[in-house]
Design a protein around this ligand. Structure first.
Ligand code: EPZ
Length: 418
């Protein structure tokens, strides 16, 4: 199994280009199932999760090809089966996003219930509630869910929680339903808006994305399209923390600063200097002066996907910091690993109480999920001595060339096999 060997690297300095958003491109690839025409998606990060979603589309009958500029062309002339591959679905929870499109195009779908993962049980009840509201007959057995509907019919759907995935699945199914669908209390993340823009460019009639109520007027057919994926706000936030934790200075290219407000606000509160310009964002570690409190919330609140990186950073800033995780029930798996590196962090129910220490110390640690892995890499770059990070496949799932980008900024990272 591959692992990273990371030496104390000093302040990270330089420029980094942020890649296209993983959490935008995954539902967009699923949405290519809604048309028999070609879709070309630009600035697609070559991640294992993206390849898994591509393989899922190919297994269903689609054809996909990349050019050497990160442009991915997909055409699903026919969907040749209504059952999504168990092996591929088991690799990645986001595979469940093909359910809505297959149901909308084929009138039925059979897909394995996604397992839980390190950060939580990850149920899909809200996805199924939405598809049932559109007229699908849902049944579950032996770990599979089947949904059937001769014709999907628009409905009013209220989401008990503004689930990103449920909003996306319902939006995609409703795009080809008969009549109007209204999704209330839906997710408002930038990735929802990006998917909505992709669907609209295919001919879907969608209004209100980015607000808590989305209205979709179903159409009979959707066409192929061309689409540029928005920059990955979580990768951007991760590099912002890289500058802060290493006491360095990094310029981020290809960012939408509007998507980064919580991270910008919280880093400024600690004393990090952030300058916004047309070209991008300059992040410079100032005199870190004061402890902060963070509470993760659905967008536009502080993103849960940035929590682990901030916990690693606050582990080495002065004072007592409080970080509360409200979105997932088990998203502090990075904490015991940071404590092994000398961090002073206590978990009290859904909160981490972090007493900043002078310096962490390198040792052997393990990535439990993608963002925890990224957090450990940032901690390792600034810890004394050498750190070995195991299970780094989690990191490769969601960060495009993360180790190369960090090396270009001065990170002393070696990827070793075995
Ligand atoms: C998306 O996951 C992201 N993944 C996650 O990013 C992100 O953490 C999450 O949204 C929240 O922002 C992708 O976009 C591929 P949710 P998703 O449905 O759609 C509960 C990363 O690191 N819930 O908004 O699965 C659920 O248990 C990943 O890039 C239900 O109860 O998130 C959780 O507590 C990790 N029933 C909460 O909602 C449902 O039917 C948020 O889940 C669905 C969700």
């Amino acid at each position: 199994m591959e692992r990273f060997i990371i030496e104390e690297s000093g302040p990270l300095r330089g420029r980094v280009r942020i890649s296209g958003s993983k959490n935008s491109v995954l539902p967009i690839i699923a949405a290519t199932l809604l048309t028999d025409e070609e879709c070309i998606i630009h600035d697609v990060p070559l991640l294992t999760d993206v390849l898994t979603m591509q393989n899922l589309i190919e297994d269903l009958g689609g054809r996909a090809s990349w050019d050497n500029d990160a442009n991915l062309a997909i055409r699903v002339s026919d969907i040749k089966k209504i059952q999504a591959s168990y092996e591929l679905c088991a690799k990645m929870r986001a595979s469940f996003l093909v359910a809505g499109p297959i149901l909308a195009r084929m009138g039925e779908v059979k897909i394995s219930l996604p397992g839980g993962c390190a950060i939580g049980s990850r149920p899909v009840d809200l996805h199924l509630k939405g598809l049932a509201a559109l007229g699908a007959e849902i049944s579950q057995e032996h770990g599979y869910v089947s949904a059937r509907a001769k014709k999907l019919v628009g409905a009013n759907i209220y989401l008990d929680f503004p689930s990103v995935g449920a909003t996306e699945n319902i939006m995609m199914a409703a795009a080809l339903a008969e009549g109007q669908t209204i999704i209330q209390n839906c997710a408002v993340e930038p990735e929802i808006v990006d998917l909505s823009n992709f669907l609209t460019s295919m001919g879907a009639q969608i209004r209100g994305s980015g607000t808590d109520t989305i209205r979709i007027q179903g159409v009979n057919k959707l066409s192929g399209t061309n689409h540029n994926v928005i920059p990955d706000r979580i990768e951007a936030g991760t590099f912002m923390v890289a500058a802060a934790i290493s006491r360095g200075e990094i310029f981020l290219e290809n960012v939408v600063t509007d998507h980064l407000k919580p991270a910008i606000a919280k880093l400024r509160e600690v004393g990090v200097e952030i300058e916004e310009s047309e070209e991008g964002l300059n992040v410079k570690s100032g005199s870190l002066r004061r402890p902060i409190d963070i509470k993760t919330l659905p967008y536009p609140g502080f993103p849960t996907d940035m929590q682990a990186q901030f916990v690693a950073f606050l582990a080495t800033t002065p004072g007592t910091n409080l970080v509360t995780e409200t979105v997932f029930e088990n998203r502090f798996m990075h904490v015991p690993e940071l404590v092994r590196m000398g961090a002073d962090i206590k978990i009290d129910s859904r909160s981490a109480i972090i007493e900043g220490v002078e310096k962490l110390a390198g040792t052997q640690v393990k990535a439990s999920d993608l963002r925890a892995g990224a957090a450990l890499m940032l901690a390792a770059l600034t810890a004394a001595g050498t750190t070995e990070i195991h299970d780094i496949y989690h990191i490769d799932r969601g960060y495009y060339r993360f180790d190369q980008k960090l090396r270009q900024l001065g990170g002393k990272i070696t990827r070793v096999n075995g």
